[in-house]
Design a protein. Sequence first.
Length: 156
Amino acid sequence: MASEPQKEQIRRALASFPREQTYLLPALQKVQEELGYLPPWALETVSEYTRVPKSEVYGVATHYPELRLHCPGRRHIRVCTGVSCRVNGSLDVLRALSEVLGVRSGETRQDGEVTLEEVGCCFVCSVAPVVEVDGVFKGRVQSSAAASMVNERGRP
Protein backbone atom coordinates (compact mmCIF):
# COMPACT_ATOMS: atom_id res chain seq x y z
CA MET A 1 0.00 0.00 0.00
CA ALA A 2 1.16 3.49 -0.77
CA SER A 3 2.02 6.11 1.76
CA GLU A 4 0.26 9.45 1.62
CA PRO A 5 3.46 11.23 0.42
CA GLN A 6 3.76 8.70 -2.44
CA LYS A 7 0.15 9.25 -3.46
CA GLU A 8 0.66 13.01 -3.39
CA GLN A 9 3.84 12.65 -5.46
CA ILE A 10 1.88 10.74 -8.12
CA ARG A 11 -1.03 13.20 -8.06
CA ARG A 12 1.44 16.05 -8.68
CA ALA A 13 3.10 14.12 -11.52
CA LEU A 14 -0.26 13.39 -13.17
CA ALA A 15 -1.37 17.01 -12.85
CA SER A 16 0.99 17.91 -15.70
CA PHE A 17 -1.21 15.91 -18.11
CA PRO A 18 -4.70 16.70 -19.43
CA ARG A 19 -7.32 14.31 -18.04
CA GLU A 20 -7.77 12.47 -21.34
CA GLN A 21 -7.31 8.93 -22.60
CA THR A 22 -4.78 10.21 -25.15
CA TYR A 23 -2.32 10.83 -22.31
CA LEU A 24 -2.57 7.38 -20.75
CA LEU A 25 0.82 6.08 -21.94
CA PRO A 26 2.77 9.25 -21.05
CA ALA A 27 1.04 9.27 -17.65
CA LEU A 28 2.08 5.66 -17.00
CA GLN A 29 5.64 6.45 -18.08
CA LYS A 30 5.75 9.43 -15.71
CA VAL A 31 4.44 7.40 -12.78
CA GLN A 32 7.03 4.70 -13.44
CA GLU A 33 9.72 7.38 -13.62
CA GLU A 34 8.63 8.56 -10.17
CA LEU A 35 8.26 5.14 -8.49
CA GLY A 36 10.50 2.85 -10.53
CA TYR A 37 7.56 0.60 -11.40
CA LEU A 38 3.74 0.59 -11.54
CA PRO A 39 2.20 -0.89 -8.39
CA PRO A 40 -1.56 -1.68 -8.41
CA TRP A 41 -2.50 1.44 -6.44
CA ALA A 42 -0.68 3.62 -9.00
CA LEU A 43 -2.54 1.98 -11.91
CA GLU A 44 -5.79 2.71 -10.10
CA THR A 45 -4.73 6.33 -9.55
CA VAL A 46 -3.91 6.72 -13.25
CA SER A 47 -7.26 5.15 -14.15
CA GLU A 48 -9.14 7.62 -11.98
CA TYR A 49 -7.13 10.59 -13.23
CA THR A 50 -7.35 9.80 -16.96
CA ARG A 51 -10.94 8.49 -16.70
CA VAL A 52 -9.85 5.29 -18.43
CA PRO A 53 -11.20 1.94 -17.16
CA LYS A 54 -8.80 0.01 -14.92
CA SER A 55 -8.84 -2.92 -17.33
CA GLU A 56 -7.62 -0.72 -20.16
CA VAL A 57 -4.91 0.87 -18.01
CA TYR A 58 -3.73 -2.62 -17.03
CA GLY A 59 -3.84 -3.69 -20.69
CA VAL A 60 -1.60 -0.80 -21.74
CA ALA A 61 0.74 -1.34 -18.79
CA THR A 62 1.21 -5.01 -19.68
CA HIS A 63 1.52 -4.40 -23.42
CA TYR A 64 4.67 -2.27 -23.30
CA PRO A 65 7.80 -4.12 -22.13
CA GLU A 66 9.31 -0.86 -20.85
CA LEU A 67 6.57 -0.64 -18.23
CA ARG A 68 7.10 -2.72 -15.09
CA LEU A 69 4.39 -3.99 -12.75
CA HIS A 70 6.88 -5.37 -10.22
CA CYS A 71 9.60 -3.62 -8.29
CA PRO A 72 12.84 -4.18 -10.23
CA GLY A 73 16.17 -5.03 -8.70
CA ARG A 74 18.76 -2.37 -8.04
CA ARG A 75 20.47 -3.44 -11.27
CA HIS A 76 18.41 -4.04 -14.42
CA ILE A 77 19.64 -6.27 -17.26
CA ARG A 78 17.63 -6.81 -20.44
CA VAL A 79 18.54 -9.16 -23.29
CA CYS A 80 17.08 -8.55 -26.73
CA THR A 81 15.41 -11.66 -28.14
CA GLY A 82 14.19 -10.15 -31.39
CA VAL A 83 14.81 -12.04 -34.64
CA SER A 84 18.25 -10.56 -35.43
CA CYS A 85 19.49 -11.01 -31.89
CA ARG A 86 18.06 -14.51 -31.63
CA VAL A 87 19.78 -15.76 -34.80
CA ASN A 88 23.01 -14.20 -33.53
CA GLY A 89 22.96 -16.02 -30.19
CA SER A 90 20.94 -13.93 -27.74
CA LEU A 91 19.38 -17.01 -26.13
CA ASP A 92 22.87 -18.32 -25.32
CA VAL A 93 23.73 -14.91 -23.85
CA LEU A 94 20.52 -14.99 -21.80
CA ARG A 95 21.35 -18.47 -20.46
CA ALA A 96 24.90 -17.40 -19.58
CA LEU A 97 23.69 -14.30 -17.76
CA SER A 98 21.10 -16.34 -15.91
CA GLU A 99 23.82 -18.70 -14.67
CA VAL A 100 26.25 -15.91 -13.73
CA LEU A 101 23.61 -13.84 -11.92
CA GLY A 102 21.72 -16.71 -10.33
CA VAL A 103 18.32 -15.52 -11.56
CA ARG A 104 15.94 -16.63 -14.30
CA SER A 105 14.64 -14.35 -17.03
CA GLY A 106 11.64 -12.33 -15.90
CA GLU A 107 12.62 -12.51 -12.25
CA THR A 108 14.40 -10.45 -9.62
CA ARG A 109 17.01 -12.16 -7.50
CA GLN A 110 15.94 -12.77 -3.88
CA ASP A 111 18.43 -10.23 -2.55
CA GLY A 112 16.80 -7.55 -4.74
CA GLU A 113 20.08 -6.72 -6.44
CA VAL A 114 19.32 -7.66 -10.04
CA THR A 115 16.43 -8.18 -12.43
CA LEU A 116 17.01 -10.13 -15.66
CA GLU A 117 14.52 -9.69 -18.49
CA GLU A 118 14.02 -10.45 -22.14
CA VAL A 119 12.90 -7.67 -24.44
CA GLY A 120 11.22 -8.28 -27.79
CA CYS A 121 13.45 -5.90 -29.74
CA CYS A 122 15.85 -3.08 -28.89
CA PHE A 123 15.83 -1.83 -32.52
CA VAL A 124 19.62 -1.91 -32.91
CA CYS A 125 19.70 -5.02 -35.09
CA SER A 126 22.95 -4.07 -36.83
CA VAL A 127 24.87 -4.86 -33.62
CA ALA A 128 22.98 -8.00 -32.58
CA PRO A 129 22.88 -9.58 -30.08
CA VAL A 130 22.25 -6.68 -27.72
CA VAL A 131 22.19 -6.51 -23.92
CA GLU A 132 21.12 -3.48 -21.89
CA VAL A 133 22.74 -3.11 -18.47
CA ASP A 134 21.23 -0.31 -16.37
CA GLY A 135 20.24 1.64 -19.48
CA VAL A 136 23.59 1.20 -21.27
CA PHE A 137 23.40 -0.85 -24.48
CA LYS A 138 26.13 -3.29 -25.49
CA GLY A 139 26.20 -4.81 -28.95
CA ARG A 140 27.68 -7.98 -30.43
CA VAL A 141 27.69 -9.62 -27.01
CA GLN A 142 28.94 -13.20 -26.89
CA SER A 143 27.76 -15.67 -24.27
CA SER A 144 31.39 -16.27 -23.24
CA ALA A 145 31.72 -12.55 -22.39
CA ALA A 146 28.47 -12.25 -20.45
CA ALA A 147 30.09 -12.53 -17.01
CA SER A 148 32.79 -9.96 -17.71
CA MET A 149 30.26 -7.57 -19.27
CA VAL A 150 28.23 -7.56 -16.08
CA ASN A 151 31.31 -7.35 -13.86
CA GLU A 152 32.72 -4.29 -15.64
CA ARG A 153 29.60 -2.36 -14.58
CA GLY A 154 30.01 -3.65 -11.03
CA ARG A 155 28.83 -7.14 -10.22
CA PRO A 156 25.23 -7.11 -9.09
